[in-house]
Design a protein around this ligand. Sequence first.
Ligand code: ATP
Ligand code: MG
Length: 248
Amino acid sequence: MADISIAPQDDIRAKDTPLIRLKEIYKIYQMGDETVHATDGISLDIYRGEFVAIVGKSGSGKSTLMNIIGALDVPTKGNYYIDGHDTSSMTDNELADIRNRRIGFIFQQYNLLPKLSILENVELPLLYQGVKEPERKIRAMEELEKVGLKEKAKMRPIQLSGGQQQRVSIARALASRPSLILADEPTGALDSKTSREVLDIIKKLNDEGNTIVMITHDPTIAVRARRVVRIIDGKVDFDGSAEEYGKL
Ligand SMILES: Nc1ncnc2c1ncn2[C@@H]1O[C@H](COP(=O)(O)OP(=O)(O)OP(=O)(O)O)[C@@H](O)[C@H]1O
Ligand SMILES: [Mg+2]
């Protein structure tokens, strides 16, 4: 007869290791007499295929959290697991490897190298990974095609509009085929029409199966994600669907 019944959904979730698991993450700064809890005990699981917006006021701890998720910084206290691996036991080299291979970064100011061509900028993460020619160029070209900028490959970043430069930085983030795309205010420097275009691309990447964590202070951008996590004073204050968030 039937054994212990578990709802299929719960069963899958229990077995599925989260891509990102934050357990009681604290980042504490001692500023003279004052102690700043930039993150104050944040716990969060993010699964493959999710599109999560992290929102909160200026100074709430969003970038601190992003730096920890991106393995750019380590927490003062708490554990961060990526794909089940505890990052606290990793060496600097192992953390660098996570950054280079598993995470694609998109920044507000694009961070493209001005002296390199568009194609060379997109090739860069592949160069770090040791991918050789001609595969490197072919793969970078494929990523440029996905963001509709193949014909700009030979140009320099300065010859492109802000929206186009951000699309190049998206192509660069995708080039290493990362497990996670991490975007800090990706539309922060763009006008509203261009913001929508860039968000459409990010949304499409999620529809194609990419896991995305996007930081924004703009609620109208956040509702375009699937899940919204709001941070207040270094703590999670809301965690739910974008639909629920939109009704707040
Ligand atoms: N290196 C540091 N030394 C001391 N305090 C810091 C440091 N980095 C961040 N903080 C403090 O931690 C808190 C959170 O900062 P954080 O940069 O994460 O905020 P944020 O949510 O990204 O803000 P914004 O929307 O303005 O980018 C702030 O009070 C900030 O002053
Ligand atoms: Mg910030």
